[in-house]
Design a protein around this ligand. Structure first.
Ligand SMILES: [Zn+2]
Length: 164
């Protein structure tokens, strides 16, 4: 499978983007009575439908995308913060999640390897507040830049489990 699993427990940024509705085109059979109607054909060299024989054409479908180009933004901040690979994690809100990447005197290690790092880790309540404050201070400039692009960017503290 090649899937690696990651556990992150600490401060992070939850940044809400605007959902943009656009239309994209793909290559498909235009015959509404054909079982293959509208289904994407990836090989655009194929000219005719294998099922009904009709000439293929361009079909359109609605796509929801983010108003924020997170990869360009990631380069702009020199990857000081790291964006979670959203294709592997289902979120029920239009948000991007950023976690610290560059080392800037973090109070402790936020990532835990679930395969090797067995541990019991009590977390005092003050830690949550202190670590959020650390993130805001250590990544002040980057957070300011992110805030220019998103509807909102909130500092949270919590558990993130993901794989890729
Ligand atoms: Zn067809």
């Amino acid at each position: 499978m090649g899937t690696s699993h990651y556990v992150y427990l600490g401060p992070y940024l939850e940044c809400e983007y605007v959902v943009v509705n656009t239309v994209e085109h793909h290559w498909a059979c235009p015959n509404t009575r054909c079982p293959l109607y509208g289904q994407r054909e990836h090989d655009e060299k194929i000219s005719f439908c294998g099922m009904c024989g009709r000439a293929f054409g361009k079909a359109s479908h609605a796509v929801e995308t983010s108003s924020v180009d997170c990869w360009t933004l990631s380069e702009e901040i020199n990857e000081a913060l790291w964006i979670l690979p959203l294709e592997y994690i289902e979120l029920d809100m239009p948000v991007h999640v950023w976690i610290p990447n560059h080392r800037r005197g973090e109070p402790r290690k936020f990532s835990i390897n679930p395969v090797t790092d067995y541990r019991v880790m009590p977390i005092p309540q003050v830690t949550l507040v202190a670590e959020q404050a650390w993130l805001i201070e250590a990544f002040h400039d980057e957070i300011e830049l992110l805030r220019e692009h998103y509807k909102r960017c909130d500092v949270r503290w919590g558990l993130i489990v993901y794989g890729h």
